[in-house]
Design a protein around this ligand. Structure first.
Ligand code: SAM
Ligand code: DTB
Ligand code: SF4
Length: 355
């Protein structure tokens, strides 16, 4: 049973000035507000854990200026054809054994070719058979492709807006903002859950961060998952050099996302490798309740799994076994509590053993 809609104030009519005012509050007031919203809808000490795998790497025809996988930039990345299904499932099994509950597969495509769909659908079925949640990010999708993925049992589709409509053209020229919105509409229409967020620290203005969150928060339905990526600067990309975003402005972005989208999972996404533990703790305090877990994102490093386990232990954070916002009752709750405990014992086993 979900929380009654009457208990939630979920708005889809935010105004630019209101969102800007949220950002511009004193830092402590903003974090307090975000934490209050977070506690109304989630267990504040539970974080969802997803593992990423690049199933097709490099040679992408798109020109996203942040991306090491675009064929326009010489980033020294080793390209890889679409992985074999068995290889992907081995990685998924390892991710599950290490404590991840969702397996996210990403491909460096503008959009999937029909000839690859069969292959990709089998990956989804295989991951589902392992008892994990599945997520894919394959670029633009047609209505039919979204339906095929939903038919195979895919849970989430990730497709980011990346930045505000105004700044977008400074970052990508090969596909439009509207193309992205169209794919997101196709994903929704097929009944898939939406994972949609963006990247901050790309030289955008504060108003662009307002603009990005405004787009997400005013969607008819909020994305169930909102990844906030902090730009990972990769040598050879046009964004290799630039001014870094003030860490507090990154935390503010998380906090405002939490306030605007109270029942969405907000993911502290790319960029954790460059953050210290205190900054990550602040992000959790600001309402982030999901991470990418495992040594690699798609092509760039992420903190070691054991380091994350130790961080969770030090902060008293549990890894989410089931969607914590569902509020199960009675026997179901007791059963889920038992599962949650077993899940966490397994999750922390390595971290404790290595202490
Ligand atoms: N090719 C597909 C697409 O772009 O839709 C899927 C894969 S793409 C790598 C997925 C997302 O990763 C991008 O939308 C972007 O938000 C994020 N991303 C890529 N490179 C990044 C970087 N250097 N730093 C932070 N996020 C990045
Ligand atoms: C998302 O928002 N971030 C992830 C996932 N969705 C696919 C990707 C981050 C990629 C960071 C750069 C890289 O490792 O290539
Ligand atoms: Fe290609 Fe996706 Fe990278 Fe853009 S973000 S260059 S579409 S892999």
């Amino acid at each position: 049973m979900g929380l009654g809609a009457d208990k939630l104030e979920i708005r889809h009519n935010w105004q630019f000035d209101e969102v800007k005012a949220l950002f511009d509050q004193p830092f402590s007031d903003l974090i307090f507000q975000a934490q209050c919203v977070h506690r109304q809808h989630f267990d504040p000490n539970t974080v969802q854990v997803s593992t990423l795998l690049s199933i097709k790497t490099g040679s992408c025809p798109e020109d996203c200026k942040y991306c090491p996988q675009s064929n326009r930039y010489d980033t020294g990345l080793e390209k890889e054809a679409l992985l074999e299904i068995e290889t992907v499932l081995e990685e998924a099994k390892a991710a599950k054994a290490s404590g991840a509950t969702r397996f996210c597969m990403g491909a460096a495509w503008r959009s999937p070719k029909q000839k690859d769909m069969h292959h990709v659908l089998q990956m989804v079925r295989g991951v589902k058979e392992l008892g994990m949640e599945s997520c894919m990010t394959l670029g633009m999708l047609s209505v039919d492709q979204a339906e095929e993925l939903a038919g195979a049992g895919l849970d989430y589709y990730n497709h980011n807006l990346d930045t505000s409509p105004e700044y977008y053209c400074d970052i990508i020229s090969t596909r439009s903002y509207q193309d992205r919105l169209d794919t997101l509409a196709n994903v929704r229409a097929a009944g898939l859950k939406v994972c949609c967020g963006g990247i901050v620290g790309m030289g955008e203005q504060p108003d662009d961060r307002v603009g990005l969150l405004l787009q997400l928060a005013n969607m008819e339905e909020h994305p169930e998952s909102v990844p906030i990526n902090r730009l990972v600067r990769v040598e050879g990309t046009p964004l290799e050099v630039g001014d870094d975003l003030d860490p507090f402005d990154f935390i503010r972005t998380i906090a405002v996302a939490r306030i605007l989208m109270p029942i969405s999972h907000v993911r502290l996404s790319a960029g954790r490798e460059e953050m210290n533990e205190q900054m990550q703790a602040l992000a959790f305090l600001a309402g982030a309740n999901s991470i990418f877990y495992g040594e690699k994102l798609l092509t760039t490093p992420n903190p070691a799994a054991n380091k994350d386990k130790q961080l969770f232990q030090r902060l008293g954070i549990n890894s989410e076994k089931y969607e914590s916002q569902r509020c199960p009752q009675g026997d179901e709750l007791a059963l889920l509590d038992k599962l949650e405990k077993a899940h966490n014992d397994a999750f922390f086993y390595d971290a404790t053993a290595s202490k």
